[in-house]
Design a protein around this ligand. Structure first.
Ligand code: DNO
Length: 352
């Protein structure tokens, strides 16, 4: 596996020097975060970003994300033009050595939590989704880091209205339309496109979501069979759905060569209504079996990208929620340990 770390570019408060000091760190996971969804990226900025990263002895092989503008998702009249811009960006990042592009197809809102500061017993705090609090949320007044925040209140309302009569089937047809244009380009330029699952994996605010389960993923891969059409297995996102067996999904999609990128984090279920809190990365901290996930990946010879996902605020840090340095660095070390131990075990087994 190739280890990565999400880095928000020159505006990130975490310096690249620190990221480069994490053992076995290979690549940043980044993007041109000041470009708006649907816009063509600026080549000079991308070139400079790559140079800056490489000057710090890191690679820039993973982009998270090239955002898919809403017009592609709801099927606006100008969607072909928007898809052409997405393809322009794909070709551009490929030219600068990118191998994997993560994206999502969630209407209007990306990931959702009801609190950024769920206080844990040990005094750390983390992101959480509490069902009762969700019922009180007004989507027009919700702000989460990493979301597209460029809408005014009325634009947001208008956008949500566009999805009002949209079925899961309509949204699915629109992703297939998009992928049928984009995936041939991925094949040509040698880039894996890796969809990020819905987070959490169920519909929110009556907006349809279509990447929430094994059946959804199977349907997507069947509709566009190229292996370039692959997955970012976000263990915490899909894992929030209790019916999703993450070990099984990791096994299945890595053996099919569809698993290009892994976001590793653990979660703790808080009730049976969907509430959960994000925890430290270790198996003992939450409800997902991280060692088993790594075991099936190593067994299948997985050599894609892995990044620690959201960290808690620990050691007095108070950074961008989920994206501080300390807990993610601990997560990276844990991931290193799991992979090293498991890889050694498998090569010992092979030697026998
Ligand atoms: C949240 C992230 C998501 C992810 C996008 C990918 O922390 O995992 O914002 O980057 O859904 O497009």
């Amino acid at each position: 596996m190739k280890l990565g770390f999400r880095w928000y570019g020159l505006n990130d408060s975490i310096p690249l020097e620190y990221i480069g000091q994490i053992p076995n760190m290979y690549t940043v996971v980044t993007a041109l975060y000041d470009s708006k969804p649907g816009e063509k990226w600026d080549e000079t900025k991308l070139k400079e970003l790559k140079k800056y990263v490489e000057d710090h002895n890191l690679k820039m092989e993973v982009i998270e994300s090239i955002p898919v503008p809403e017009g592609i998702k709801y099927g606006a009249e100008n969607r072909d033009e928007l898809i052409d811009n997405f393809i322009y960006n794909l070709r551009l990042v490929a030219k600068y050595g990118v191998k994997c592009v993560c994206y999502n197809f969630m209407p209007v809102f990306d990931w959702l939590r009801t609190t950024m500061h769920h206080v844990n017993k040990d005094g750390s705090d983390s992101l959480a989704y509490i069902y009762e609090d969700f019922l009180k949320v007004d989507p027009k007044h919700l702000h989460l880091p990493g979301w597209d925040e460029s809408y005014t209140e009325s634009e947001l309302q208008e956008l949500m209205n566009r999805y009002q009569h949209m079925t899961h089937e309509d949204l699915f047809n629109n992703i297939v339309y998009f992928l049928n244009k984009v995936i041939p380009v991925c094949e040509e330029v040698d880039v894996n496109l890796a969809i990020h699952p819905d987070d959490p994996p169920w519909d929110i605010f009556s907006l349809p979501r279509i990447i929430s389960s094994e059946a959804d993923l199977d349907r997507l891969f069947k509709a566009v069979p190229s292996k370039r059409n692959g997955l970012t297995l976000c263990t915490g996102s899909l894992g929030a759905g209790r019916d999703n067996d993450i070990v099984h999904l990791a096994d299945k999609y890595s053996s099919q060569g569809r698993l290009h990128f892994l976001h590793m984090r653990n979660i703790k279920y808080l009730d049976d209504k969907g509430s959960f809190a994000e925890t430290g990365h270790c198996t003992c901290d939450g409800d997902l079996d991280m060692a088993k996930i790594v075991d099936v990946l190593v067994k299948n010879g997985f050599d894609g990208y892995v990044r620690p996902d959201h960290g808690r605020n620990i050691f007095g840090e108070n950074q961008k929620p989920g994206y501080g340095l300390y807990d993610r660095a601990l997560g990276a070390c844990y991931i290193n340990g799991l992979f090293e131990a498991t890889e050694k075990q498998y090569s010992l087994r092979k030697d026998k």
